[in-house]
Design a binder for this molecule. Structure first.
Ligand code: IPE
Ligand code: IPE
Ligand code: MG
Length: 226
């Protein structure tokens, strides 16, 4: 089993989870954070080397300001509480997405988490915040224009991300919502109706099992997913 599997998760359904329980949407987001914690703990045991989680899309700014505030606050709390734990587990924390629209305190927490965990190798937890893949591609194109190098390798470098082996989306939706478009070129997709707060380590394990039973061909005729 390779330990370099790169899994992306579009964590969806926090709102519906809360609404189903007649709770405020914020309760769903808090429950969603608990799921993230469980996944981070479990992922390395399943051969995952990098886990990219979609936490806040650039289009999520369209939500009511109170919900946006809740999400931002949860993110900061997560970093303040979990960085130490991640450090102990050997989890490297990285962020992708714009930082110029985030609160200064949050940016400081992001930078501290990235700096403190940069030597960790058991798992890379990449959190996408104020992230838009289209914007990331436009920025990368701009960087390439600056360097005068236009090829796949330069694009990969400019994006600073890796290809995804597997993308999981919860809550029954079957779309990418502007998540890592370039990096998904040959990803396998697993969709589940489970809402993100209900998603368990066993569901991650099941999704990886499905992935491992798929035949990846990359346009050719061979090779099993591994
Ligand atoms: C995912 O849950 C969290 C974010 C997108 C920030 P949602 O908040 O999208 O939950 P639903 O789709 O309304 O159920
Ligand atoms: C995608 O979920 C973004 C995140 C998971 C952070 P959304 O709930 O915002 O996506 P749409 O609006 O249903 O496409
Ligand atoms: Mg949603």
């Amino acid at each position: 089993m390779t330990s370099t599997l790169h899994v992306g998760i579009i964590m969806d359904g926090n709102g519906r989870w809360a609404e189903g329980r007649r709770l405020p949407r914020s309760a769903g987001h808090r429950a969603g954070v608990r799921t993230v914690r469980k996944m981070v703990e479990y992922a390395p045991k399943l051969g995952v080397g990098a886990l990219t989680v979609y936490a806040f899309s650039s289009d999520n700014w369209r939500r009511p300001p109170t919900e946006v505030r809740t999400l931002m606050r949860l993110l900061e709390t997560y970093l303040n509480h979990e960085t130490e734990h991640c450090l102990k587990q050997g989890v490297r924390i990285q962020f992708i997405g714009r930082r110029d629209r985030l609160a200064r305190m949050l940016v400081a927490a992001i930078e501290t988490a990235e700096e403190r965990t940069k030597h960790c190798r058991a798992l890379t937890l990449r959190i996408a915040v104020d992230y838009s893949s289209r914007d990331a591609l436009v920025d990368a194109a701009r960087a390439m224009a600056g360097s005068g190098r236009f090829d796949r390798e330069s694009m990969k470098e400019a994006l600073g991300t890796e290809d995804l082996d597997l993308v999981i989306r919860t809550a029954g939706e079957k779309r990418l919502s502007d998540f890592l478009l370039w990096e998904c070129a040959y990803s396998e997709f697993v969709f589940t109706d489970k809402l993100w707060p209900d998603f368990q380590p066993s569901d991650l394990e099941a999704a990886i099992e499905i992935f491992r039973n798929r035949t990846r061909k990359f346009g050719g005729l061979v090779s099993k997913a591994s």
